[in-house]
Ligand binder design. Structure first.
Ligand code: AMP
Ligand code: MG
Length: 402
């Protein structure tokens, strides 16, 4: 690693990644399938929603002034003149002075009704309703354009659609929405020591962990991972694999072989076919990171250690993917916690320390590089910025949940 002469800091690496990111490509999909996808255009209301004045309780539609002074012991008496049925127009059931009309929750408010008295605040005597509490104008009523006025923005471009949004889209009559196409991300695992998950490793061999982990994360982020298998540390193998993947992918991720040792092929192969823009980032873990481009396709060399590969995916590749999806607020999900012990960090590099969360306390998991168990044990990462030498026990830290 001593051969990294020109390293890039994390903000610089992210800026390079975002600069080479292809723009979002819109496609129209059914709104029911849209959760998890990112909107390419604002969605506006085609009509007023709910579209008619409606009651939000089971009760009696009244003129507000008729209920003035009503109380438990001195109820106001109103004559019941009709009942509104669900899902039907109010059929001329206007509320005249001194009368009321029964309306179920969600029922259409009759003409000239100003408010609804909840059934619970009334008694019945024949066709007379005893109102025991006054209501003010508008009480228990949802106006025809109170949720959304025709033309109002319901969801803004760049928003990742939630299951809640899908419900609102349906209620507003949006059967289809324009979202960013899922980018296809090619995944290669490189190294002579790697064997597939189904194999029993011989001496010196390890199973390919990165492909499964990267693919799972990419799938969850709204991309299509495409696995191209294990590539041996030979230039010809790299070139053959890249030639196959380049026309099929929007971005390519190679893990392993990204350092500056003679056996590390990634940088040389990218340089031969395109350009290497960054080789070495002041991030820990993850220093041997490559950002390159072949034609217009971004190609990343991720470090081989699984934890390092995931940190670089999250911190440096994710902003590029967010740009490709047009995501407006691509923030990492974080939570605040109290640091259980000191973290010492080398100045000049941005460090990501794995932590386990318990009852609002973040416990750093210090372990040797390459350990897999901290991937399982940790809930997230605490960032120590390049300018800092560490973080103190007891301080409030932001934990990036991964
Ligand atoms: P490299 O970045 O190629 O120098 O690899 C660094 C370390 O990560 C070595 O111990 C590799 O065996 C390990 N490694 C590389 N790729 C993978 C992978 N796909 N799955 C698990 N470990 C890997
Ligand atoms: Mg290797």
């Amino acid at each position: 690693m001593s051969r990294f002469l020109e390293v890039t800091d994390v903000p610089g690496a992210i800026a390079t990644a975002v600069r080479i990111a292809p723009d979002p490509v819109p496609e129209e999909i059914p709104a029911g399938e849209a959760p998890g996808r990112v909107l390419c255009a604002d969605v506006t209301a085609g009509s007023d929603i709910p579209g008619f004045d409606r009651s939000i309780v089971d009760g009696y539609a009244v003129r507000a002034e008729d209920t003035a002074g009503a109380g438990e012991s001195v109820p106001v008496l109103l004559r019941l003149t009709g009942r509104v049925s669900m899902g039907e127009p109010e059929r001329g059931l206007a509320v005249a002075p001194g009368t009321c009309v029964y309306v179920p929750t969600g029922g259409v408010l009759p003409a000239r009704a100003e408010a609804v008295v909840m059934v619970e605040q009334t008694d019945m005597a024949g066709d007379t309703v005893l109102v025991k509490r006054p209501v003010v104008h508008g009480e228990n009523v949802l106006l025809h354009d109170e949720d959304y006025r025709r033309g109002a923005t319901i969801l803004t471009k760049g928003r990742r659609i939630s299951p809640r949004d899908a419900g609102v889209l349906a209620a507003c009559g949006q059967a289809a929405v324009a979202v960013a196409k899922k980018p296809v991300i090619g995944i290669f695992s490189t190294g002579n020591e790697l064997v597939p998950v189904t194999a029993t490793p011989g001496p010196g061999q390890v199973r390919d962990a990165n492909a499964s982990m990267l693919a799972a994360w990419l799938d969850g982020y709204g991309c299509i991972p495409r696995y191209y298998g294990i590539v041996r540390d030979e230039r010809e193998s790299f070139e053959a694999a890249l030639s196959k993947a380049l026309p099929e992918c929007d971005v390519i991720l190679l893990s392993g072989g990204s350092s500056k040792d003679d056996r590390d092929m990634t940088a040389g192969v990218i340089a031969g076919k395109g350009e290497v823009l960054v080789h070495g980032v002041t991030i820990a873990p993850g220093k041997p990171t490559i950002i390159g481009r072949i034609g217009k396709t971004p190609v990343f060399g991720l470090p081989g250690h699984p934890a390092s590969a995931l940190v670089v995916l999250l911190i440096i590749v994710r902003p590029l993917l967010a740009h490709m999806l047009g995501e407006e607020k691509p923030a990492l999900i974080t939570t605040k916690a109290v640091l259980a012990s000191n973290i010492v960090s080398q100045k000049g590099r941005e460090e990501y320390v794995r932590v386990k969360l318990a009852d609002g306390i973040a416990h750093p998991l210090f372990g040797k590089a390459g350990l897999l168990n901290t991937l399982v044990e940790s809930d997230g990462l605490v960032r120590v910025l390049a300018g800092e030498e560490g973080l103190e026990q007891g301080s409030i830290v932001e934990v990036i949940l991964w």
